[in-house]
Design a protein around this ligand. Structure first.
Ligand code: NDP
Length: 321
């Protein structure tokens, strides 16, 4: 019987994940289809309950449900507990297990961006949503000593810092108010800059003015496209990477969880490139506009054990959108 995997979000139309996962299933001869379910918050519990059935291998969860799904499942893995967000579900019989594969996805992107250089210890993160949680957790686990989080709504950045309180006790993790002058000052003290806001996803805007970007940073944008932010950073002389590496590796990790098989990375990367060449851009991450943001506050996460991240052979790179 053909198995089903679903992406649950709102909105989810035109997802790049579908192209990438279906290509992987087809390549390995796995009888499975990847479907997209547009479900509002009110419909989320019913959608999650449906996945408990044998017909499903599991699911991806995307905006705006990554945090709301936590109480609807039976068990969370360490990455999901540590970030308070779930982007992948697997089944154990009728029980559902929540994972956060954005965490290994970000680790792969950071490895690629840093390449053979020494891993830096200071980072500035723009944004405090679900993506930023995976980023900050990845930086803590990677041994960063100073991470500054800027967010439009400061309380959400403060909530994120409180959330990681215990696992970040050995280092400096701070929330700061979003002012260009404060960001500019912090950028002079950092090596890594990550855009984890959705600014630039649907418009040609950048989260920061080009003039405040120093020329010697390693810059990652979680957005899958060649954004103005990356363009400006590269023009200033920084090494840049877009969100495709993270997207690919979070998808590969999810694929392996559903199927128990290594993901065909080349096939998935080619499917992503094809989908992008056809003008498809993921709608995951686009705010639905009619739902309130999830609560910013959460209890402190349990201290997470550091796990080694596989070193990438690839050098830091500039990607074209
Ligand atoms: P969330 O909705 O959880 O968070 C959105 C973030 O963007 C918040 O920090 C929000 O600030 C900020 N933001 C949105 N609009 C504005 C604005 N006009 N001005 C200032 N800040 C703004 O989304 P996610 O964290 O899940 O996703 C963020 C981005 O990362 C998306 O573009 C998504 O596509 C991408 N992403 C990519 C992944 C990958 O695999 N490459 C994985 C996960 C995410 P505030 O809290 O103040 O509203």
């Amino acid at each position: 019987m053909t198995k089903r995997v679903v992406l649950i979000g709102h909105p989810v139309a035109h997802s790049l994940s579908g192209a990438m996962q279906q290509a992987a299933f087809d390549h390995l001869g796995i009888g499975a289809t990847y479907e997209q379910w547009d479900r509002t918050t009110l419909q989320l519990a019913d959608a999650v309950a449906e996945i408990r059935d044998d017909a499903f291998l599991g699911a991806n969860i995307t905006i705006p449900h990554k945090e709301r799904v936590v109480p609807l499942i039976d068990r969370s893995t360490e990455d999901a507990l540590a970030t308070g967000a779930i982007n992948t579900l697997t089944r154990e019989g009728r029980r559902l297990v929540g994972h956060n594969t954005d965490v290994p996805g970000f680790a792969a992107a950071l490895d690629r961006l840093v390449g053979r250089q020494k891993m830096p210890r200071q980072a500035v993160v723009l944004g405090a949503g679900g993506g930023a949680r995976a980023v900050v957790f990845g930086l803590i686990r990677q041994g960063f000593q100073r991470v500054i989080v800027f967010n439009r709504h400061l309380h959400r950045a403060e909530g994120l810092v409180r959330f990681f309180g215990r696992s970040a006790a050995h280092m400096e993790l701070k929330a700061m108010p979003w002012h260009d002058s404060i960001i500019e000052s912090e950028l002079t003290k950092t090596r890594v800059l990550v855009n984890a806001t959705s600014i630039g996803l649907v418009s040609d805007e950048s989260p920061v003015p080009a003039g405040i970007l120093p020329g010697d940073l390693l810059v990652l944008d979680l957005i899958y496209n060649r954004t103005r932010f990356l363009h400006d950073a590269e023009a200033a002389g920084s090494m840049v990477l877009d969100g495709e590496t993270m997207l690919l590796h979070q998808g590969a990790a999810a694929f392996s969880l559903w199927t128990g098989q290594p993901a065909p990375l080349d096939v998935m990367a080619a499917a992503l490139a094809d989908a992008r060449a056809q003008g498809l851009r993921s709608a995951e991450g686009e705010p639905a506009g009619d739902e309130p943001a999830p609560a910013a506050e959460a209890e402190p996460a349990p201290a997470a054990e550091a796990e080694p991240t596989p070193a990438s052979e690839e050098a830091a790179t500039t990607t074209a959108g």
